[in-house]
Design a protein around this ligand. Structure first.
Ligand code: ZN
Length: 670
């Protein structure tokens, strides 16, 4: 094997590392097995805290820790703004450290970055960037999108379900005898309905539009076929489907309220159509814009479209029981196919030294069904359901193996170092506790209007706001009445931060600067004193002041005044829970680290702790890439075939130099 000239990083968000290793050994992930045989597996690769998406991908691409790149959680808060003003941390501008691809570009090296959180807007001048402003293409979690109502926006619109049944957020349809259709195929019976398009979570406002569905009893055996058209002309059909079948990619043009036209791709599936025509349910994937997320922009016309560049593929629909886990898997596959094929095209048609990508499907899966595959606290699920979701889990890993195979096949293994990694793993949901309640009971949070006693009895409000994940403050305070900022000394914010409402810094600050440390102590004491009444366990694994948070690579201007972490029996699947958390039969929050290629040992399992900030220096060392300016990690020497590689290279150069010098000394002077 030669010397590494290129690095390829494939990031699998929230993948459960020991499960990848197990499936590889059992033959379900043959490509991963090959990479393991030719490389090393880091058994104790720890995600940095908090065990959450944007900051850890930022670390994996900068080599800088949280305190240094300053993206301290899923969302970020700009000091001095209202304490409930938080924005999702996906913008490249929220990362205050140099990316590996920026440092490389200064030396004329080229990078391709695909769907990588925090990579958009692109900070490279020459390289290629595809998406990265959200968890998937066409998803916008950018600073202008305020948390609360929507959280993120999509281009052009989110997915939709039309149904004769009662479904959460389903669009009602009423079937009528078909009238005035042109070019309708012969059928014993025909029904029709109008399909009004709903544009949820749209970034660009679209004009109202309807399609028409023609339902056919095409073989005189009952209704079995559906035609979708923009007009009542079957010859102009967008789609022609049997029950249970997906369309291929469908393309249609939409008009923005500004008058501008936008083309989008999507697919549809008839989920239900009863033979008597009584029941009909049609699902449409998000309307996926075909441009706007490529840099350079002309790539939109060049890269062949395979699969769908989908935002949040199907997971909300699955949660609302629009369809089963099998259909969810099919939608995830379309999303992965787009990423794999786009990557393959770019890697085989463009120059590159560095390839970085992120695939989010494992994270979405774990958020929606890990508790069913690996029931832990308070889950009473039958074995049949557990088996179904364990199957869905394994099937998704098997598909990812095919994706990895497709992408890695575009690189020369003799000159490429491959890394499979993750920002964190996942565990099932444990016992719950609400930091807001702990602070309220400690007299640190006060409300203007005290609600009725029964409203205070439960933790519903915190639960509701936690479910919103980001608008943690607002929902709670609406339940309990307005927060009395003049008496509120501290509030929880994001997944692991607590802010002191500090005079001189915060707009409605009430804590005098001289009392700052006293309040910090009160918060930490309240956290540690709390015992979960359900389990009798202490939920707080650690609580640090901002100064002491440096012990866990946190702190600095963008960090809360207190940082706390949940012990492994609590919360889930990741985020505010400690990096070493394990739970249930498969739950494990540790990160994935499979390194393979020139210069790397073969077939070894490394036991030592590897931190995510060790990735960049290790890759730079192996492929002679410049180290980004704020990189803090260390080379994982134990993964290297020759840990003294550079020393030996220097000695070899020295020997050659000495030989040359001696031969020059012997040469006659002219
Ligand atoms: Zn993640």
């Amino acid at each position: 094997m030669g010397k590494a000239k290129k690095v390829m990083v494939i990031g699998l968000d929230c993948i459960i590392s020991p499960l990848v290793y197990k499936y590889a050994q059992e033959g379900y992930m043959p490509k991963v097995k090959q990479l393991l045989d030719n490389g090393v597996y880091g058994e104790n690769c720890l995600p940095n805290f908090p065990t959450i998406t944007p900051p850890n991908w930022a670390t994996l691409a900068t080599g800088a820790t949280n305190i240094t790149h300053e993206l301290s959680c899923f969302n970020y808060h700009v000091p001095g703004t209202e304490l409930d003003d938080i924005r999702q941390g996906f913008s490249s501008e929220a990362v205050h450290a140099e990316f590996i691809w920026e440092a490389a570009e200064k030396e004329g090296k080229k990078a391709i970055v695909v769907n990588y959180p925090t990579s958009w807007p692109p900070r490279m001048k020459e390289g290629i960037t595809v998406a990265g402003a959200g968890l998937g293409p066409n998803e916008w979690r950018t600073p202008e999108v305020k948390q609360g109502e929507e959280g993120f926006l999509t281009t052009l619109a989110y997915d939709q379900l039309w149904t004769t049944e009662i479904k959460v957020l389903g669009s009602d349809v009423d079937l009528q005898p078909a009238k005035k259709w042109e070019n309708a195929p012969a059928a014993k019976k025909m029904l029709e309905t109008e399909l009004q398009l709903e544009y949820r979570r749209q970034r660009d406002k679209l004009k109202d539009k309807s399609w028409y569905a023609l339902l056919l009893d095409s073989e005189s055996k009952g209704f079995d076929r559906v035609i979708i058209s923009e007009t009542k002309d079957a010859a102009q059909a967008l789609a022609d489907m049997k029950v249970g079948e997906w369309t291929d990619n469908v393309f249609a043009e939409f008009t923005l309220q500004t008058g501008e036209k936008k083309k989008a791709a999507f697919r549809m599936k008839v989920l239900e159509l009863s033979p008597d025509g009584e029941t009909f349910t049609l699902y449409r994937t998000p309307l996926c814009a075909l441009e706007g997320f490529y840099f350079p922009a002309e790539l939109a016309q060049e890269v062949p479209l395979k699969g769908l560049p989908m935002p949040y593929p199907g997971y909300m629909g699955f949660r609302m029981r629009w369809f089963d886990v099998k259909t969810l898997g099919e939608i995830s596959d379309m999303c992965e196919e787009y990423l794999a094929e786009t990557a393959h095209y770019l890697l085989t048609h463009k120059d590159w030294n560095i390839y970085y990508m992120h695939i989010h499907t494992p994270d979405w899966n774990h958020h929606v069904f890990l508790d069913s595959a690996d029931p832990a606290v308070g889950q009473d699920i039958g074995q049949e359901e557990i088996d179904l979701y364990l199957w869905a889990e394994r099937r998704s890993y098997e598909h990812l193996d095919k994706v990895i195979d497709r992408i890695t096949s575009a690189a020369d293994p003799d000159e490429t170092v491959f890394l499979l990694t993750s920002d964190h793993g996942a565990k099932p949901t444990g016992y719950k506790f609400y930091v807001g309640d702990i602070l309220k009971d400690a007299g640190l949070v006060e409300f203007k209007k005290v609600a009725e006693e029964e409203e205070f009895s439960g933790t519903f409000a915190w639960e509701r706001t936690e479910a919103k994940a980001t608008g943690m403050l607002e929902g709670k305070f609406k339940e309990f009445g307005d927060l009395d900022w003049s008496k509120t000394k501290a509030i929880p914010q994001r997944s692991c931060h607590i802010y002191i409402n500090l005079k001189g810094r915060d707009p409605r600050g009430c804590v005098e600067p001289e009392d700052y440390e006293k309040v910090q102590t009160r918060i930490i004491q309240a956290l540690y004193n709390y015992t979960d009444p359900e389990s009798g366990l202490k939920p707080i694994a650690w609580a640090f002041t901002k100064k002491d948070a440096r012990n866990i690579y946190m702190g600095g201007e963008y960090c809360g005044d207190v940082v706390y972490a949940a012990a492994e029996d609590f919360m889930g699947p990741h985020g505010g829970v400690i990096p070493t958390a394990q739970m249930g039969k498969i739950g494990d929050v540790r990160s994935l680290f499979i390194l393979s290629g020139p210069g790397v040992k073969q077939g070894e399992v490394i036991k030592r702790t590897i931190w995510l900030h060790d990735v960049v220096p290790t890759l730079c060392y192996l492929a002679d890439l410049p180290v980004p300016a704020q990189c803090e990690g260390a080379i994982v020497y134990q993964a290297l075939e020759d840990p003294d590689l550079k020393k030996h290279e220097c000695e070899s150069i020295q020997r050659r130099y000495e030989k040359m010098r001696k031969s020059l000394d012997r040469a006659p002077m002219c």
